[in-house]
Design a protein around this ligand. Structure first.
Ligand SMILES: [Zn+2]
Length: 213
């Protein structure tokens, strides 16, 4: 009844062009095709602790808009549009070895201000269909927003701000590290470095979008 009422008031619409679609979160084929770009960002010197990072879309157009609306306007309904993209991950067999799905954490101040971690909002319902969700990491001090920094300062900014939560353990586990956006990879690398230092067997990344690569 509630679902019926909600759909009557807010019929499902494509997040890009507003065309009517069948279910909430769904994109029309044209708008999805405009940003859909699944790929694997391989291990580079910039991110030596990540054993490859999967990315599903380009960070532009509708994709950029909805990630922005989630974070800065609290337009949480767009998380369903991100999960629609996630449900189309083309290589599920490559994630068959994963034990834990771990979100990139926000600082406590940022999380309190925003009210949620967008990585959790987007990924958790999807992740829990297949693996254990494990909020294993925390930031120990706030950092200047990454976008305010020059590229070379970004890695430095997140250095040593990530740590494993007290009593946490990832030893011998295969980790899927998830975040909304991959820019320089500095934040994911800082997380991966901690996980590997704590003896994680492997750290694979997965993000919704990247404009960098
Ligand atoms: Zn559309």
């Amino acid at each position: 009844m509630l679902k019926w009422l909600t759909e009557l008031i807010y019929p499902p619409r494509c997040p890009g062009c507003g065309a009517a679609v069948e279910q909430h979160g769904q994109w029309c084929p044209q708008c999805l095709a405009a940003v859909w770009h699944p790929r694997r960002i391989n291990r580079t010197r910039a991110v030596p602790h990540i054993d490859g990072c999967y990315c599903l879309a380009d960070y532009r157009g509708t994709m950029r808009n909805i990630l922005h609306r989630i974070k800065y306007d609290k337009a949480l309904r767009y998380a369903a549009s991100c999960r629609y993209v996630l449900d189309r991950f083309p290589w599920p067999e490559r994630l068959a070895h994963i034990d834990y799905v771990v979100p990139v954490p926000l600082s406590p101040e940022k999380q309190a201000q925003r009210g949620f971690n967008q990585a959790e909002l987007i990924f958790r319902p999807w992740a829990e269909q297949h693996w254990l969700w494990y909020d294993a990491l925390q930031r120990v001090r706030p950092t200047t927003a990454q976008w305010q920094l020059r590229r070379q300062d970004r890695a430095e900014n997140v250095n040593d701000v990530m740590e494993l939560r007290p009593a946490g353990s990832v030893a011998g586990r295969q980790i899927l590290l998830v975040d909304d956006i991959y820019t320089t990879g500095a934040t994911m690398e800082a997380c991966a470095r901690v996980l590997k230092r704590k003896k994680a067997a492997g750290v694979t990344g997965l993000v919704i979008a990247s404009g960098a690569i």
